[in-house]
Design a protein around this ligand. Sequence first.
Ligand code: FES
Length: 307
Amino acid sequence: MSMTVADQTASDARPSTDGTSEPTFEDLARRVDDAIAALDKLEPDARGVADELKNAIEAVHRAGLVVVVRRMREDENARAVLFDLVDDPVVHLLLSLHGIIRPDPTTLANRVLTEVRPQLQSHGGNVSLVRIEDGTAYVRLEGACNGCSMSSVTLRNLVETALVEGVPSVTGVEVLPNEPSPTLIPLESLRIGSDPAKEGWVRAAATDEVVEGQLTRLDLTTGSGTDVQVVVVNLEQRLTAYLNECAHEGLPLDDAMIDRSNGTLTCPWHGFCYDATSGECLSAPGAQLEQLPMRVDDGEVWIRVGT
Ligand code: FES
């Protein structure tokens, strides 16, 4: 059993009704999962006996439940009660575990994702289901599932195929953007004082030299004479400056490809893909381009490269 009962129920835990003795839904699910985990530690013979006991008890429960459900379906009044009961999370889980009703799409989708997750994780990726709406499963992808490399496309296809084939009511999958994590530059560092050079600011270019939708390489020199290579990305007139070094092997980004439609910058050397406006690496979690403080003042672009 690759998906735990607690996985299926995690979002539906309910408190006890009397506040004292009734275990919550989550407690019940955890107890089943703990018992199943303990089974795995038994010697094969003991495991066989325990499995048989579990299967025998489940068979009795299933047979009894089938009779109850069938009789209730046949009676008009009881049918309404049955439909009500099926909406109860515990009853729903019980009947779906016994195969008497189909699991709801969310349970089914979580089960499918549990099965593909080990493969994603072995490549440094992960997936979580956000919701299912009008036949579309909305998911968030992490790590190596993001980005534009072949392997991330393959992982995304794996998720999509598994959901569409494994959940009958799902006909499409949409990947939601992850929460943005821009590089925060302290406001203080953006102020230009009376002596900009002393504070590490360099006049880098005129604004019309950094063309929209393109990456512009600038060779700058600090006040103490050190050469610094910088690239400026202009996406919809939003400018961002980075040190001209890929976070992978530090190679220059001059010929990086800018994709205006999805706002990414792809390193020409080995294909690391970045969010062009934050420098966050979408191919390797945690990697980041070094963003430089920048200001636009009276048609001039100023970049702080150090003294
Ligand atoms: S140096 Fe950029 S991907 Fe390797």
